[in-house]
Design a binder for this molecule. Sequence first.
Ligand code: FAD
Length: 460
Amino acid sequence: MADRYDLVVVGGGPGGYTAAIRAAQLGMQTAVVERDRLGGVCGNWGCIPSKAIIRSADVYDRAKRGEKLGIVAGSLSFDYAKIVAHSRGAADRVARGVKSLMKKNAITVIAGEGRLNARGQLVVGTDVVDAERILLATGSGERVLPGLEPAPPQVVTSRELLEETTLPGSVVIVGGGAIGVEFGYVFSSLGVKVTIVELEAQLLPGTDETIAKELERVFSRRGIEIRTKTGYRSIDKTSDGVVLHVEKDGQVEEIRAERCVVAVGRRARVEELGLTGAGVSTERGLITINDRFETSVPHVLAIGDLVDSPQLAHVAAAEGIAAVEIVAGRRPPGRLDPLRIPGCVYCHPEVATIGLSEAAARERGYDVKVGTFPYRALGRAVASDEMEGVVKLVTEARYGEILGCHVIGGSATDIIAEAAMTMGLEGTVWDLGGTVHAHPTFAEGVMEAALAATGEGVNA
Ligand code: FAD
């Protein structure tokens, strides 16, 4: 342990460890305090293990439906305990990878729980860690509603679910956001009867309506029951599962299932950090920061799920880099532009979106031109039998600015990077439509949607 650090980061998730590496690269003497496992929620209990389980479900699902492609799988089955074991293995690998990155960059890892004292110093156990700056990156935990506190195996959040090695016959998922939708896809692919309850009018609230409606159509066809505009009221646990009481249009209904998955969002971990005593302000459960990522106590910075920005791993990492580079004088102050942040959902078909939805663009008064292109008209989608889906570009009529890009379909989570890049470089709809794309690729859908927006479409 050094006598004094330039920067001590609290939390070794994607925000914290990335910030630490960038700080070390910029010559700062850096330490990371982590109370659990390096890699954070993303590596251990979020992005990576959930995508590993999704991958297994996807392979099984594709094999089941493979006959059209000439694949005869015979008596197909799966071993859910092994699926979970593979997922835990992926998480372990990420944690080991982050550990070796800490070593490679000469970053001190301090095992323990960090909190601020009244003097604004960081304390781990009984030790004060002397540092010029403290970067808080302790992320978030599962939000629960009264009565829906985890009680495995009947009532679980994603945290318990990622370790649960048995599959129920039926599941009711409270919350139709990204996590609810991803687990809904996993369960339904593996033959579990799924009901998703969502308070808002559509799955993936806030997502462009065309995309959300297409997802609901595909999910319904798979047999997933979707109950939108439906609120959770209470739950009864029975010997063989749960009875969920929900309300729609003033009518209370019952949904019976063997398991209830609670996926109603994340709650920033602000309580245990000693913030009030140290004078660090919060607002609506999040730490308030300025455009230098400084809290109300200027030597204490905060990033990631703790602050008011999309709760995503790539946001946490990008904020970590930005915060440290601002400290080092390597970039001017400034927060990330939320309209330049892609958001992805890894169900099948995948969903990926960036920027304004069509409705939001119209609300802001833009002269909107929309271009859409259906997957069924894409050669690659036809060849791959992945014809469900659509690419939708929301553009501004006069200057061709890309205001938003919304995709549901094969490889959506990869091809969204093309829209992100174009928007970042302030490219136009003509740039996108005029770029020669390899054929046959899913990315051609973005080019075709751009051509559709300018009225120059060829293939649809
Ligand atoms: P975290 O990853 O939460 O890391 C915080 C770390 O701080 C943890 O390791 C914790 O142990 C540690 N810590 C907490 N308190 C203390 C303390 N007092 N002292 C020391 N250490 C402490 N995002 C995506 O972008 N893509 C996805 O596909 C995706 N999938 C997800 C799936 C699920 C099931 C879940 C739950 C989340 C998913 N997310 C996804 C969200 C993503 O995981 C978070 O946005 C991201 O992990 C936030 O990063 P962070 O660095 O802010 O905090």
